[in-house]
Ligand binder design. Structure first.
Ligand code: WT7
Length: 680
């Protein structure tokens, strides 16, 4: 966690409670904290009744027999099965049913390009495009249960092809556009994807960058791939491979009719890879019904926006406008741009570009232009925009905004305060009131929010994700798995029961799922995070307890970054740890041991950085490199990252008794001194 120096005045401000504008609660779905508490209690005492009520939001092809079966809460049986026997299709719920209910000409999704090109999809036009893409996939032999890898920038086709997969029951595996071709290959191989869908090029801040060409020499090695489908973004020529298909042309000649595949409640909807403690990313598997119901339920109650599921007295065309700035390559984009808003019948905005191009107020411009009412972004984006000063925000009319939100890491006081006062125009003083900042805590694994304030009603504390969502029962545990009763004390963060949207497995490695999440504390799902609770029951997340590094809210596994660095021909070994960064939250601090006889130099540092980005993707930059003779290890050869973290940040290194090579520590401290103060 980044620590900021705070004056006592700031400490006082920070420890206050902040209140949502009172008018928000008048017509809210949950009107008061008392009501929230009652509903939460009921959801814990009788989860079946609670989730049965929520499941009514879904149009089922065939009803389910039982809400939840959990044979035992241990090991493999923890998650159980949800909505057992039910048949449905997620895309039918996102699109077709709204047409059947007479909303076909209403807006579903607005895609905006960097250059202001705009595609406004109604439910009807969205269905047409999704069906064309689905038929194209079918023509290429894709069937229910097949895996399709999608590696695209934030173009509208990304939304179309993911929905096309879900329509025909194919399992999509989306890889973030900022990852490398090699990481695409690893993910394709891991889940035997039949197809890869990729763009010819990407547009980024006014420049075209190659995408398909990066696959040369790599995709040829993926034995499961039958076709490489190219989506035309810039229309540039790319190197050709005999499995290439011009997907844009193929789509154009398809019909706009395509049946929705009937899926079982527990059929996988998608796989999304995420970093863990080993070098190999985990393919997180989400299912059809549980994921859908949970995402809809969280978004409906937390944001309380008007949507077709419940218009709250507004006309369909006057619905609230939801804008989530995430990339669809991450879980946030999956759940918060596509599946939950569409299934609820909300208007969702999808923006292609970066927040700072063509100008520094781009997000706020879009909020004004599209009358955004609910705006959801990440603390790292807030910190980046905050640097440009208040004027960049004040230029725009943000009066339509009702609620703001964050996700991905702790929203610390400096950026929280700025978001509250400058963007939200919230008041200060004894009882500050303003547009709520929804602090949502969740993970790729959890499908949607676990801890979150209900925008309209929950009094906020800056930096706190407040209280659990319905059906979610958090536990703070010590090393032995006993509950930590003390307040303001760091503990392991776990849950004593599943909820419908929790992942079901790691693709192809079910034991890894059980070992990673369910074994540390028997009968609990363990998040990998530390957390604490304060005297008033507010939860605060204190960061990862494992080797996951959060850079700009993106999750990187230390071992993955290290293996990319180690593949540099002059590197013998490396160890990476997070280092506080004013905008990114954390950046990567790498300890690098060179091959014998190789001389350290600044040029070599640059070359290692370049190499790492090439291997792991532009998103993966070891920003600080320190050359060392060796790194501290345990007797079993495990790198002691705890000590390396302390050395990097010049903290007390604590106990070195368990080290196999304690003598290296002193040298590391000296080297760190020589590096001096690190400026960004
Ligand atoms: C990790 C999950 C789920 C969307 C994006 C991240 C951290 C997430 C918060 C928050 C403090 C947060 C946790 C978590 N995290 N949200 N509101 N406050 N920390 O998904 O990449 O799977 O990362 O992000 O450490 O375990 P992800």
């Amino acid at each position: 966690m980044v620590k900021f120096y705070m004056s006592s005045e700031q400490e006082k401000e920070k420890s206050k409670k902040y209140y949502p504008l009172p008018e928000l609660s008048e017509n809210a779905r949950v009107k008061s904290m008392d009501e929230y508490k009652k509903m939460w209690k009921k959801s814990i005492e009788d989860p079946d009744a609670f989730w049965a009520e929520e499941a009514k939001m879904v149009d089922w092809f065939e009803p389910y027999d039982k809400v939840w079966i959990q044979e035992s809460k241990y090991d493999d049986n923890f998650v159980g099965q949800w909505f057992v026997g039910g048949k449905l299709n997620v895309v039918y719920n996102c699109i077709d049913r709204w047409i059947e209910k007479g909303y076909g000409d209403e807006i579903a999704l607005i895609w905006i390009g960097e250059d202001d090109t705009e595609k406004k999809y109604t439910y009807k036009t969205l269905k047409d495009d999704v069906c064309k893409a689905a038929n194209a996939l079918k023509e290429l032999g894709v069937e229910k249960g097949d895996r399709v890898c999608i590696w695209l920038p934030m173009v509208a086709d990304l939304a179309i092809v993911m929905l096309a997969c879900a329509r025909i029951g194919a399992i999509h595996s989306i890889v973030f556009g900022g990852f490398s071709a090699e990481s695409v290959k690893d993910r394709i191989d891991d889940s035997d994807c039949k197809l890869l869908i990729v763009a010819d090029q990407t547009r980024r801040a006014g420049k075209a960058k190659p995408m398909k060409d990066n696959l040369e020499g790599i995709i040829e090695e993926c034995s499961s791939i039958e076709h490489v489908c190219i989506v035309k973004v810039t229309g540039a020529d790319t190197y050709s491979y005999d499995k290439d298909v011009d997907f844009t042309a193929l789509m154009d000649k398809q019909s706009t009719d395509c049946e929705c595949e009937v899926m079982d409640a527990e059929d996988p909807l998608f796989i999304l890879y995420t970093s863990g403690t080993t070098g190999k990313p985990k393919g997180v598997v989400h299912t059809t019904a549980g994921y859908l119901v949970y995402g809809m339920s969280t978004n409906k109650y937390v944001w309380d926006y008007s949507c077709l599921i419940d218009l709250k007295g507004v006309k369909p065309k006057d619905r609230d406008v939801w804008y989530c700035t995430a990339d669809i390559g991450w879980i946030t984009g999956h759940t918060q741009i596509i599946y939950s808003p569409l299934a609820l019948g909300a208007i969702s905005i999808m923006y292609e570009g970066v927040p700072t191009w063509p100008h520094k107020g781009r997000f706020w411009e879009l909020c004004q232009k599209y009358n955004v009412t609910h705006f959801y972004t990440a603390p790292t984006a807030i910190r980046a925009l905050m640097k440009f000063g208040d004027e960049e925000v004040k230029k725009w009319d943000l009066s339509k905004l009702k609620m703001l939100g964050t996700v991905g890491e702790v929203c610390n006081w400096p950026e929280w305060k700025w978001y509250w006062t400058v963007v939200g125009n919230g008041s200060t003083g004894e009882k500050p009131v303003g547009r709520p900042i929804v602090d949502s805590y969740w993970q790729t694994e959890t499908g949607s929010y676990m801890m979150v304030n209900f925008g309209a009603i929950t009094p906020m504390k800056p930096g706190s994700c407040t209280f659990p969502f319905f059906g979610v029962n958090p536990k703070l545990l010590d090393e032995e798995g006993d509950e930590v009763e003390k307040t303001n004390t760091q503990a392991y963060f776990a849950y004593d029961r599943p909820w419908p949207g929790l992942m079901r497995s790691v693709w192809g490695d079910h034991p890894r799922f059980v070992n990673t999440y369910l074994k540390k504390f028997d009968g609990h799902y363990f998040t990998g995070d530390y957390a604490m609770i304060d005297d008033e029951g507010y939860y605060f997340i204190l960061g990862r307890s494992d080797d996951v590094i959060k850079v700009s809210g993106h999750r990187l596994g230390s071992a993955e970054v290290e293996s990319a660095i180690n593949s540099h021909p002059k590197v013998a070994e490396s160890a990476v740890v997070p280092y506080p960064h004013p905008v990114k939250g954390s950046t990567i601090f790498a300890y690098v041991t060179l091959m014998t006889g190789v001389d350290p130099s600044d040029d070599l540092k640059k070359d290692i950085q370049k190499h790492t980005r090439k291997v792991a993707g532009p998103a993966v930059l070891p920003e600080i490199i320190m050359f060392t003779e060796a790194v501290p290890k345990t007797r079993s050869g495990k790198i002691m990252r705890r000590i390396l973290k302390a050395i990097a940040t010049k903290q007390d290194i604590g106990n070195t008794m368990t080290l196999a090579n304690p003598e290296v520590v002193e040298n590391l401290i000296e080297e760190r001194e020589k590096l001096g103060e690190i400026k960004f």
